[in-house]
Design a protein around this ligand. Structure first.
Ligand SMILES: [Zn+2]
Length: 272
């Protein structure tokens, strides 16, 4: 029933896009896992991921997050053609290095990897059998020149419900570990679950990072995007190629609206 509902939502969202096409802008995709080592709806089969990366490479839209920020958050300039497409991965699970990165590297597609550093530092598994990356694997990923490492908090706290002094300490801990273990500055941030923090938490994020990413399933319009409220489009197994292509073109925003309602119940009592 849930998958029938999910596909009905995608069909409705695509119909809504035909009535009101998405704005032009940079599209940022959220991936979580690749390789089907778990049953979560965001753990893609390797073959599907490979086809998506081939599609991204063929589109000639693959862009680093930093380059995309120049055109969406910088002063308005000429509109790029085609629209930039940015690949991001949340959490920092081992499959990123073992399964996803070889495919990205084969096609020269850059990616931003947002790490929940406590999991990497202490080898704390993520929910749904998510084995964390090791620091040596993160350093190897950086050495490809294709990967940008950002922060996804230290403890994966949901920042709309964490006291602000804890938020600040958590962010600083995460930034410090990335600097120490990788020798690189974490200049980009992704909110856990794509949920915006409280106003105080958001201020702490703005003070520390060049950009901050949410969910939202919509493009980031040129010259008028708040770099600390970047919209991203999550890729799920059920997207296959058909709905993936819609999302990569900035569509299916209505799906996010439906997900937002569901998440409000799902995460009502969660803290991380
Ligand atoms: Zn996460």
């Amino acid at each position: 029933v849930r998958s029938a509902l999910a596909s009905a939502v995608k069909v409705a969202a695509a119909a809504a896009d035909r009535v009101r096409p998405p704005a032009r802008g940079a599209v940022v995709l959220i991936y979580h896992r690749v390789g089907r080592r778990s049953a979560t709806p965001v753990d893609l089969p390797t073959d599907l991921f490979r086809r998506q990366v081939e599609w991204i490479a063929a589109s000639a839209r693959a862009t680093t997050l930093d380059a995309a920020l120049e055109v969406v958050a910088g002063s308005p300039g000429p509109v790029p053609a085609p629209d930039p497409l940015v690949v991001t991965f949340d959490d920092g699970t081992a499959d990123f290095a073992e399964v996803a990165l070889p495919v990205l590297a084969e096609h020269g597609v850059p990616a931003t990897l947002y790490l929940a550093t406590d999991h990497v530092e202490r080898s704390v598994p993520f929910p749904n059998d998510g084995q964390p990356l090791s620091w040596p694997a993160v350093r190897d990923a950086l050495s490809t020149g294709l990967v940008t490492v950002g922060s996804h908090t230290h403890c994966h706290h949901l920042l709309d419900r964490t006291p602000v002094d804890e938020v600040a300490a958590d962010l600083d801990h995460s930034i410090g570990l990335i600097a120490e273990r990788c020798g690189t500055a974490a200049r980009h941030f992704a909110y856990p679950k794509g949920l915006l923090g409280s106003p105080e938490a958001e201020a702490a994020v703005r003070a520390r990072f060049r950009s901050a990413a949410l969910g939202g399933t919509r493009p980031n319009p040129y010259g008028r995007t708040d770099p600390h409220r970047l919209a991203r489009s999550p890729v799920q197994v059920s997207d296959g190629m058909r709905w993936f292509e819609h999302k990569a073109k900035g569509g299916l925003g209505l799906e996010d609206l439906a997900r937002g309602y569901a998440a409000r119940y799902r995460y009502a009592s969660a803290t991380r």
